[in-house]
Design a protein around this ligand. Structure first.
Ligand SMILES: CC[C@H](C(=O)O)C(=O)SCCNC(=O)CCNC(=O)[C@H](O)C(C)(C)COP(=O)(O)OP(=O)(O)OC[C@H]1O[C@@H](n2cnc3c(N)ncnc32)[C@H](O)[C@@H]1OP(=O)(O)O
Length: 126
């Protein structure tokens, strides 16, 4: 359930545009990008009514903002923050219920370090 829609595109054969269309069916919130003269940008996850959960539209927005950052030649760093004193409550559960093709669970016993830790976060539940 990523912004690039890789799960859907690789398994279900959807194009990027089809993924985008599906994600945009779940509106709400925004990803706000402020690029400062200092070269430091602030990316704000903004959906306070849902504790800054990621709607489908916000996933599309995030991909666009990340692309903007990648092309920002004066950029040195980015701070990621949540609006309204909370960071992020994950994916919007309404969108997850409607779109998740397969639920993945990381059953972690013992250490999960570096790429291992990243793998756990790529799963839906840990
Ligand atoms: C499939 C995995 C996926 C991924 O990895 O991509 C996920 O992320 S799944 C989502 C995982 N996140 C959660 O399960 C968090 C669920 N939310 C909570 O546990 C609580 O809401 C919490 C702890 C964030 C805040 O609790 P608090 O008591 O302070 O507030 P409320 O519970 O009353 O929440 C206010 C309001 O926000 C809505 N809300 C919160 N989180 C989500 C969410 N992830 N998706 C959709 N909506 C969310 C909550 O329903 C309340 O709405 P209201 O209309 O006022 O009832």
């Amino acid at each position: 359930f990523t912004s690039s829609g890789s799960v859907y595109s690789s398994i279900h054969g959807f194009s990027q545009e089809e993924i985008k269309e599906k994600l945009l069916a779940f509106p709400g919130g925004s990803i706000d990008l402020l690029k400062q003269d200092s070269g430091i940008a602030v990316l704000t996850i903004n959906n306070p009514p849902r504790m800054n959960a990621f709607s489908g539209a916000m996933m599309v927005d995030l991909e666009e903002k990340v692309t903007q950052l990648e092309n920002w030649t004066d950029g040195k760093g980015v701070i990621v923050q949540g609006a309204a004193q909370t960071f992020c409550s994950g994916s919007d559960l309404n969108a997850v219920r409607a779109m998740l093709p397969l639920i993945s669970v990381a059953l972690v016993e013992g250490n999960a370090l570096g790429g291992g830790a990243e793998l756990t976060t790529a799963c839906d539940f840990r």
